[in-house]
Design a protein around this ligand. Structure first.
Ligand code: NOJ
Length: 449
């Protein structure tokens, strides 16, 4: 069987996010986030779950970094909780919040693991939501101040940063679909939020580079290759519009200083709250592209309230792959297709910032979690990635989502994405078979094609 050898300097990682693993939701001066508020509101999260304790990672840095070292990780993507650093989203930093991340980073560095922090993985300080949240333009300034504080506080240890996690998801699910915090159902608020996030991203890039000239900046985009549902020309065009909206809305803006052509009638600039000078202001290219990818998207032409005249219709009959226990289609070629497209369009270095699957497994009689479908999933996607690298894509790292079973947003603890199982009563961690598989992959640096 042909094999692919990953380059020596390729980073092998796992990814997590603050609200999903830390717990300690109100300790050491941390402020309330929109996810604290949302999950504490009855009916918002499955089974009434919340992240108050989650994996209790806040109190288990040593144990969790030891787990990472045993796996042989060379990169760890985690997020910094804004309300831990600035409890109300403005003003002086909370020293205990900064200290927690300093201790985590020092433990990672001592273990030979590159820390790759994300500045915003969805836990907005509630105080800023009370002032209008992401649709309010003022928040761009607040975010820039926060980004600058983080770089000033931790930039002696780190120079590669992820600014946002999945801007299309947190704006659409939070302000339009309402199934994520802050739970609003307002199309205009969503459209405005996308523009403000684009402004905030560019402002943050400028501020971070001014503070740290060697900063390398990226965002982790939710990406999914868009395929037309039929061979009709109209569906092919719809799939392109859909791609430009879900994959490029926060990337092409910075690179080109314009919104991608996703709307048949042009972007709704007025509804988005675009003002004179804004397009120049958001023109600030990233240094690398982070790709979070789970599945492909099949698209058909048709009315859509957003105005892009295209809809995701799910895999067409007869050609779908198997499903994870979350119902997501397993389709490894999605990763190959997306990486190649981003590579050709941007020529930028790429980091796979997330890829993984939710499968629920009981322990077998020997007490072992034999999650073979997860191993198959990773084998398929990582070899698809290898094929893209063989064809010339400049991919620097791969991060499995996730290190630990954790709080999966509106699904609570019902989805299990971890390589490591967590007993949420006792906090006990148990490696699954997939963890052993990943450890072997990292050790050999080769994958069957
Ligand atoms: C997307 C998000 O970034 C992460 O927080 C989430 O848990 C995984 N993907 C799985 O849905």
């Amino acid at each position: 069987m042909p094999k692919f050898q990953f380059p020596e300097e390729f980073k092998w990682g796992c990814a997590t996010a603050a609200y999903q693993i830390e717990g300690a939701w109100n300790e050491d001066g941390k402020g309330e986030s929109i996810w604290d508020r949302f999950a504490h509101t009855p009916g918002k999260v499955k089974n009434g779950d919340n992240g108050d304790r989650a994996c209790d990672h806040y109190h288990r840095i040593a144990e969790d970094v030891a787990l990472m070292r045993e796996l042989g990780l060379t990169s760890y993507r985690f997020s910094i909780s804004w309300p831990r650093v600035q409890p109300n989203g403005r003003g002086e930093p909370n020293p205990k919040g900064i200290d927690f991340y300093r201790r985590l980073i020092d433990a990672l560095l001592a273990a030979g693991i590159r820390p790759l922090p994300t500045l915003y993985h969805w836990d907005l300080p509630q105080a800023l939501e009370d002032r209008g949240g992401w649709p309010n333009r003022d928040i761009a300034g607040r975010f820039t101040d926060y980004a600058d504080i983080v770089v000033r506080s931790l930039g002696d240890r780190i120079n590669r940063w992820i600014i946002f996690n999945e801007p299309m998801i947190f704006t659409s699910m939070g302000y339009y679909a309402g199934i994520h915090a802050p739970g609003r159902h307002d199309l205009d608020a969503f459209l405005r939020a996308t523009h403000v996030v684009n402004l905030a991203q560019a402002d943050a890039i400028r501020a971070m580079r001014a503070t740290q000239s060697e900063a390398e900046l990226g965002t982790a985009f939710s990406m999914s290759p868009c395929e037309p549902a039929t061979d009709r020309e109209s569906d092919a065009e719809a799939a392109e519009r859909y791609h430009r909206f879900i994959n490029s809305w926060f990337l092409e803006t910075g690179l080109q200083g314009r919104y991608p052509d996703a709307f048949p009638e042009g972007p709704p600039l007025e509804r988005m709250g675009v003002e004179d000078g804004d397009m120049k202001r958001l023109h600030e290219p990233l240094d690398f592209v982070g790709i979070n990818l789970y599945f492909r998207t099949i698209v058909a032409e048709g009315d859509n309230p957003i105005g892009i005249h295209a809809n995701a219709v799910g895999p067409a009959g007869g050609r779908q792959g198997p499903r994870t226990d979350y119902g997501w289609e397993v389709y490894p070629d999605a990763l190959h297709a997306m990486v190649m497209r981003v590579h050709r369009a941007t020529q930028l270095p790429i980091e796979i910032t997330e890829n993984g699957c939710s499968y629920l497994y009981e322990r077998n009689p020997k007490g072992r979690i034999q999650d073979s479908r997860r191993i198959e999933f990773y084998q398929g996607y990582i070899s698809a990635l290898a094929r893209a690298m063989q064809t010339g894509a400049d991919v620097r790292g791969y991060h499995a989502w996730s290190l630990l079973d954790n709080f999966e947003w509106s699904e609570g603890y019902a989805q299990h994405f971890g390589l490591v199982h967590v007993d949420f009563e006792s906090g006990k961690r148990t490696r699954k078979a997939s963890a052993d598989w990943y450890e072997n992959l990292i050790a050999s640096g080769t994958i069957d094609l």
